[in-house]
Ligand binder design. Structure first.
Ligand code: GLN
Length: 265
């Protein structure tokens, strides 16, 4: 009987040790597990974005490949962390709920770090400086700054800082759309007087779409930092992301990616 007990205890100890090794491996990276801890699977980082936000995240003409500054950056971050990048395309306002429901490990989507979001997710160190700007029709001389939006119809994307900020402008009529592409279409169609969006996205639209009848106003309403979001329940994830970002800065890889999408500007 004593012998049996001893054997049982030894077995328990072995099992405990095995578990401890597994748990220690979770935060470390480099082992063969996905971010949910399945030991058989290749480690996969489930990344969420709203792929309608060029030049940060968008799909090429065939609609397959995810492209953009954020996409290159997160692939490099995932590689540093020892994960395979798996990118999913969701509505912008569905990203944080998907992370909270553990359907995603991280969000990279030109997402501004703000206090409201910080209550729900952890953000990495800032990786890009942005701000909000206005696009209007070229022949519309009545809008030259944000306060001129009073009494005007303004298109914004749902759940974004643009939506939050324009709602604060007294007398502005806010029309919300699922994507930034839809806000540009609405301006073109004459359904709104202005579009408010992140400046680099407005600039890229003007540069790439070939539109000639719109102009971007110089004034920036805000100064915003983009961050990579991860779950508050997995604080080690934020640490790993920050470490990876630092490595990419130190190695010059971040600058390479930046130059590819923004030149020297
Ligand atoms: N930076 C803005 C925000 O965080 C817009 C992001 C987006 O539309 N992808 O709200």
């Amino acid at each position: 009987m004593v012998k049996e007990m001893k054997k049982f205890m030894t077995l328990c100890l072995v099992a405990l040790l095995a578990l401890a090794t597994l748990a220690a491996g979770c935060g470390g990276g480099g082992d063969k597990k996905d971010a949910k801890g399945d030991p058989k699977a290749e480690k996969v980082l489930r990344i969420g974005c709203n792929a309608d936000f060029a030049p940060f995240e968008f799909q090429d003409v065939s609609g397959k490949e995810y492209q953009g500054f954020d996409m290159d950056l997160i692939r490099a971050v995932a590689k540093e962390m020892g994960y395979k990048a798996e990118i999913q395309n969701l509505n912008f306002d569905g990203l944080i709920p998907a992370l909270e429901a553990d359907n995603l490990d991280v969000i990279i989507s030109g997402m501004t770090i703000n206090d409201e979001r910080k209550k729900k997710v952890d953000f990495s160190d800032p990786y890009y400086k942005s701000g909000l700007s206005i696009i209007v029709k070229k022949d519309d001389t009545s809008i030259n700054k944000f306060s001129d939006l009073k009494g005007k119809k303004v298109a914004v994307q749902i759940g974004t800082t643009s939506a939050m900020e324009v709602k604060k402008i007294e007398g502005a009529e806010v029309k919300e759309f699922n994507s930034s592409a839809d806000t540009f279409l609405e301006l073109k169609a004459g359904g709104v007087d202005a579009v408010v969006n992140d400046r680099p996205v407005n600039d890229y639209y003007i540069m790439k779409s070939g539109v000639t009848d719109v102009r971007r106003l110089e004034e920036l309403l805000t100064s915003e930092d983009y961050g990579i979001a991860s779950s508050k329940k997995k604080p080690e994830m934020k640490k790993q992301i920050d470490a990876a970002l630092k490595k990419l800065h130190d190695s010059g890889e971040y600058d390479k990616i930046f130059k590819k999408w923004f030149g020297n500007g």
